[in-house]
Design a protein around this ligand. Structure first.
Ligand code: UGA
Length: 472
């Protein structure tokens, strides 16, 4: 293993906490700072506030080199060689990123710098943020030679964030000085030289001793743009396939076949071509808007991103219409819902298309009976339980006596349901799948009317008469 370094991570949200735990996992001494005392207390007790595979396990496992949790940023700054800023950058009213937390943290760090530090932006920020951080630190009287700013964006997906960190496609480091670049290279060395993967208890994934992740050294501005452009590009891929799905629907073709055909071209690639109910989460919607705003500020026409956003909104509306086309009216209907999180494998409901659809159903007078393996508690804060919104503890309880069952998040367990049981549990065997988890032919053979996205709608014989007549 390489030499351990002292690292502070400011912010214990998805990005900060995962980075802190993974830096400790690869051998560094890590102090994780958060100004929320109750969160610090919880983390000190080994309890993790988010649903993330491996996170709790790694936090508990590294007892010889535990992550230290504190609210004392000044002390952490003095002890660390590198300070990673991983605080939130929420979307403001204009669509731009609100950088006030980054600003406040930078000022506080500046007041405690007493030896050379590399201050690393890890939060998703617009280009030029590193310049602003530099200014803030200089304004607080810190001499130039005592610090460098670097940009080290993350490409972690919620739900698989630990694996994505330790088995990255690439590690991007933007630095303007050799000193800062060298320190960051040392931090990631256990991954880039492959030594981490030799550990018997290393988290498994695509990288190995022989196939370690590459590190890309860029300017700080390029690193900032890489982050925004990556998320915007992935969101664009999703909107693109969703429009293609709508074309497939119109002509009776199968978007899964089309996606396979497109994705087999090495220049396009198979990932992020899953049609569905549109993208959500804390990143894509916010980052597409922020990148569009950056372009606008720079006088660059990036209206392509406006289209990406508009298509995404339309996709939810279309799905809702599909439900209407199967049920005719909503008032008085009991609708089972599988999935409330913005995707499977996470408890995060921020900008979840599933929740948007549920809210529309309730507004139209339906009773929604919802199950989500992890997002129930968070969903209840947005849509409190009532006689119109029931939360249940299994997929079959959601389906019980329902007029139809909707699949809204792609949890693996929703793809493995006992179809026979589901069939007799539902009042009407109608499944409207916003994530294409089932094979349409298999579903019709099991006696369901099955509607999905970008694939021919298959109506069971009982419904077939109405389906052959296109009702508005
Ligand atoms: C995304 C990026 O994938 C990460 O690389 C990035 O680090 C992260 O944002 C971030 O900026 O922090 P995440 O938001 O966790 O990660 O989720 P994704 O797995 O990318 O999914 C985003 C949304 O797109 C979900 O609603 C998902 O259901 C949807 N999606 C994804 C599709 O509809 N189709 C696909 O083919 C893929």
């Amino acid at each position: 293993m390489s030499q351990p370094l002292s690292i502070a991570v400011v912010g214990s949200g998805y990005v900060g906490l995962v980075a802190a735990v993974c830096f400790a996992e690869i051998g560094h001494h890590v102090i994780c700072v958060d100004n929320d005392e109750s969160k610090v207390k919880m983390l000190r007790e080994g309890r993790v506030p988010i649903h993330e595979e491996y996170l709790e396990e790694l936090l508990k496992r590294n007892t010889t080199n535990p992550v230290e949790f504190t609210s004392d940023l000044a002390n952490a700054t003095r002890r660390a060689q590198a300070i990673f800023i991983a605080v939130g950058t929420p979307q403001s009213k204009t669509g731009s990123a609100d950088l006030s937390y980054v600003d406040a943290v930078a000022s506080e760090i500046a007041r405690s710098i007493d030896s050379y530090k590399v201050i690393v932006e890890k939060s998703t920020v617009p280009v030029y943020t590193n310049e602003w951080i530099r200014r803030v630190i200089e304004r607080n009287g810190v001499p130039k030679e005592l610090f460098d700013i670097a940009s080290n964006p993350e490409f972690l997906r919620e739900g698989t964030a630990v694996v994505d960190f330790l088995h990255a496609d690439r590690i991007v480091v933007g630095a303007e000085t050799e000193r800062a670049g060298t320190l960051l290279k040392k931090i990631y060395e256990p991954l880039t030289n492959g030594s981490y993967y030799k550990k018997a208890d290393a988290v498994p994934g695509i990288c190995s001793e022989k196939n370690p992740p590459p590190i890309l050294l860029t300017s700080t501005k390029a690193a900032e743009i890489i982050k925004h452009a990556s998320n915007a590009f992935l969101a664009m891929k999703i909107s693109f396939i969703n429009v293609v799905a709508n074309i497939c629907e119109a002509v009776g073709a199968d978007v899964e076949e089309v996606a396979k055909g497109i994705g087999s071209d090495g220049r396009i690639g198979p990932k992020f071509l899953r049609a569905g109910i549109g993208y959500g989460g804390s990143c894509f919607p916010k980052d597409v808007a922020a990148f569009r705003y950056v372009a606008e500020q720079l006088g660059v026409d990036f209206s392509l991103l406006k289209e990406v956003e508009a298509i995404n909104e339309e996709q939810k509306r279309r799905f809702f219409q599909k439900v209407r086309s199967a049920l005719w009216t909503f008032r008085g209907k009991r609708i089972g819902v599988l999935g409330l999180s913005f995707k499977g494998g996470t408890d995060d409901i921020r900008d979840s298309p599933a929740l948007d659809i549920v809210q529309l159903l309730v507004k139209e007078g339906s009773t929604v009976v919802a199950f989500d393996p992890a997002a129930e508690a968070r969903s209840k804060e947005v849509i409190p339980p009532s006689d119109k919104m029931l939360y249940v503890d299994s997929p079959y309880a959601a389906a019980q006596d329902a007029d139809a069952l909707l699949i809204l998040s792609d949890w693996q367990e929703f793809a493995d349901l006992d179809l026979k049981k589901l069939h007799y549990t539902l009042r009407y065997p109608i499944i409207i799948d916003g994530r294409n988890l089932y094979d349409p032919v298999d579903m019709i053979e099991h006696g369901f009317t099955y509607l999905s996205v970008g694939r021919p709608s298959l109506f069971h014989a009982r419904d077939a008469a109405s389906s052959s007549r296109q009702l508005p």
